[in-house]
Design a protein around this ligand. Structure first.
Ligand SMILES: NC(=O)c1ccc[n+]([C@@H]2O[C@H](COP(=O)([O-])OP(=O)(O)OC[C@H]3O[C@@H](n4cnc5c(N)ncnc54)[C@H](OP(=O)(O)O)[C@@H]3O)[C@@H](O)[C@H]2O)c1
Length: 246
């Protein structure tokens, strides 16, 4: 059953990793999808081609989500292309891990610029453009509940995303728009594997109940559910999608 037929969705950072799987899952459920990317146009076009190959509708749109003009253009292009926006998935994000003492102001501005300001800008635009009964899903992280040295700034950005989620849910609830976050544990993408040894990945895998790291599809399935009519009574929640990672 096409649970998202006649819906138009924006997936920020939909070109790679978890965002790519989310874009494909939403399109498989029947949504028209805007696959946003910042720099890797080839990857975004590949996702669009994959969606077109099974009969889905998608377009690739470049926008650096930390820039307000780019974010506004992304929403304007979506309105022009699909006539509306029903679903926003705030997935674009970067991880920049250093002990707090070694973090420069530039590092801080970069990670907060994309992970926090990017979400803030997209939420403001969603408040303006999203259809009543729409869906917003933000990407948080399970590291907000752990105390890994080196993750200070990144975990702080995701804690901010959690608060945006809870409070924006109340602000747009009267319009039957739901706002939730998924908090993945370690998930097999470039963001996670870059610079990690097999041993480190194995250690992190052993922290889940199933003894493995997540796959992007594990997260995408839950996001697609949260975007469906069946999830209409779930809002303001931060949902761990992490195989019991703790
Ligand atoms: N992987 C994990 O273990 C994990 C765990 C918990 C939470 N998360 C969260 O899940 C989300 C996706 O992570 P991932 O692992 O899939 O990362 P990824 O593989 O590095 O992919 C990141 C995506 O975000 C896009 N992006 C980066 N900066 C952007 C910007 N300024 N504007 C628009 N798009 C931008 C990238 O596009 P370009 O290629 O064009 O730059 C790419 O499509 C992030 O929010 C991350 O914090 C990941």
């Amino acid at each position: 059953m096409k649970t998202l037929a006649n819906k138009a969705a924006i997936v920020t950072g939909g070109s790679r990793g978890i965002g790519r799987s989310i874009a494909i899952a939403l399109a498989r459920a029947g949504a028209d999808v805007v696959v946003n990317y910042a720099s890797n146009e080839k990857a975004a076009r590949k996702v669009v081609a994959e969606i077109n190959a099974f009969g889905g509708k998608a377009v690739a749109v470049r926008a650096d989500m930390s820039r307000s003009e780019d974010a506004a253009d992304l929403f304007a292009t979506t309105m022009k292309t699909f006539g509306k926006v029903d679903i926003l998935v705030n997935n674009a994000g970067i991880m920049l891990n250093k002990p707090i003492q070694q973090m420069s102001e530039e590092d801080f501005d970069r990670v907060f610029g994309i992970n926090v300001k990017g979400v803030f800008l997209a939420l403001r635009l969603a408040g303006e453009h999203l259809s009543d009964g729409g869906r917003i899903v933000n990407l948080s992280s399970s590291v907000t509940r752990l105390l890994f040295p080196g993750y200070g700034a990144y975990a702080a950005t995701k804690a901010a995303v959690d608060q945006f989620t809870r409070i924006f849910a109340r602000e747009v609830g009267p319009r039957n728009i739901t706002v939730n976050a998924v908090a993945p544990g370690p998930t097999r993408t470039e963001l996670f594997t870059l610079g990690k040894t097999e041993e480190t990945i194995g250690q992190l895998a052993s922290m889940s109940a199933m003894g493995r790291i997540g796959e992007p599809e594990d997260v995408a399935r839950v996001v697609a559910f949260l975007c469906s009519d069946e999830a209409a009574w779930i809002t303001g929640q931060i949902i761990g999608v992490n195989g019991g990672f703790a």
